[in-house]
Ligand binder design. Structure first.
Ligand code: KG4
Ligand code: ZN
Length: 363
């Protein structure tokens, strides 16, 4: 069974082809091609939707040809076409989703309208022997943060999600305030390695939330405000020191944090996010008696987070499943794999009239 997936929900155009074997349950990755637009959006400090969709239109055909060539198959050989239908930027989603639908229409093959979050959620299971059933997923991406109970493929129960910013968004917004490049997560992680996480006390919102229905929720928007005041204090301190040393004012020059201060802020800021993710994941897994936790999404590339989460979970006998970095950030392989699992679970082809859904409103 050959599955071809297209992903274009945000700023990565991606095409993947896999071969699934129903007898052995094994999945062979034949092609996994990603064209990242990070360099295009970097200068704007975030993704510009109009530029993203134009780039998807440009990249899709050469990427599709590259994937077919790498896989050594033709479009006629494909059994299932899958395209990300949501959530994401509408103008970006439309490109890959429409193309996948057209490929299915023209060949009369099965079509799956895929949920990007389901792709992330199931990605750590690719190539592993652990079943997805009864595992708990922590999805931490640029747009979402959620704890999900995987009852079985296609049946998910959201234990909790963020009430405001996502963890990746907190990294990106924090990095922007610190004048670091986009995406912010990898930049903050790099500098955090050189700093002390105990110097600044950033809030751990909702960490000990007791309100019924909110125990597993997250909130990261308070971090921005806290970082804003920390930066103001640092600037005032710098001005006082200058005055005391009778140095000439540099009022026309933009204030720059000393490298050591920046490193400590990055380490402390990152630790605040990690503490919340680790403690809430552990609490949910223990409360719901889950023995496997699967972490996915771009923030799962953060090695400090993985190390601390692994350490806390293993003390309670809970196994942590992780994916490679290339599978954590946006890609089409996770979409193809989720489509394969849906096919294995006996799900029928989606309607070819299925539309996109920019906002996540459940699985
Ligand atoms: O899953 P993803 O590629 O895209 C979405 O679906 O949103 O996640 C992108 C997010 C960005 O916010 C980025 O800053 C974050 O993942 N990220 C990281 C790291 N690498 C990427 N956050 C923390 N540490 C990292 N090493
Ligand atoms: Zn994503």
């Amino acid at each position: 069974m050959l599955i071809l997936a297209l992903e274009s929900s945000c700023d990565e155009t991606a095409v993947a082809i896999i071969r699934g074997c129903s007898d052995t349950n094994e999945v062979e990755v034949l092609a996994n091609c990603v064209a990242s637009q990070i360099d295009i959006h970097k200068v704007y400090g975030g993704v510009v939707p109009e530029l993203a969709s134009r780039e998807h239109t440009k990249q899709l055909k050469p990427l599709l040809e590259m994937a077919l060539e790498q896989a050594g198959v033709t479009l006629q050989d494909i059994d299932v076409f899958a395209g990300t239908a949501g959530p994401g930027l509408s103008s970006s989603l439309l490109i890959g989703h429409s193309a996948a639908k057209m490929l299915a229409v023209s060949s009369g093959k099965t079509y799956y309208a895929m949920n990007h979050m389901e792709g992330h959620l199931l990605s750590p299971f690719l190539g592993k022997s652990q079943p997805v059933e009864q595992a708990m997923g922590l999805v931490v991406s640029g747009g979402h943060t959620m704890l999900v109970d995987i009852v079985r493929v296609g049946q998910y129960h959201i234990f909790g999600q963020t009430v405001d910013d996502a963890a990746g968004e907190a990294f990106d917004k924090g990095a922007r305030m610190l004048k670091l490049p986009y995406p912010g997560g990898p930049e903050i992680e790099k500098l955090a390695k050189l700093g002390n996480p105990q110097v600044y006390d950033f809030p751990r919102s909702m960490l000990h939330e007791k309100e019924e229905g909110k125990q597993h929720s997250f909130s990261f928007s308070g971090l921005k405000t806290s970082l804003y005041y920390t930066l103001q204090k640092e600037e005032q301190k710098h001005q006082r020191e200058q005055k005391a040393n009778h140095q000439a004012g540099e009022s026309d020059q933009e204030f720059q944090l000393a490298p050591a201060v920046l490193n400590d802020i990055c380490a402390s800021f990152q630790q605040a996010i990690i503490d919340v993710l680790v403690e809430k994941t552990l609490a949910a897994a223990v409360k719901h008696k889950r023995s496997v936790v699967a972490i996915s999404g771009g923030v799962a590339c953060n090695k400090t987070l993985i190390t601390q989460l692994q350490s806390r979970l293993s003390k309670r006998g809970i196994e942590l499943l992780t994916a490679d970095n290339a599978l954590n950030t946006d890609n089409a392989l996770m979409i193809a794999y989720a489509a394969w699992l849906r096919q294995q679970a006996g799900q029928e082809s989606d309607s070819l009239e299925a539309g996109i859904y920019p906002r996540f409103s459940g699985f």
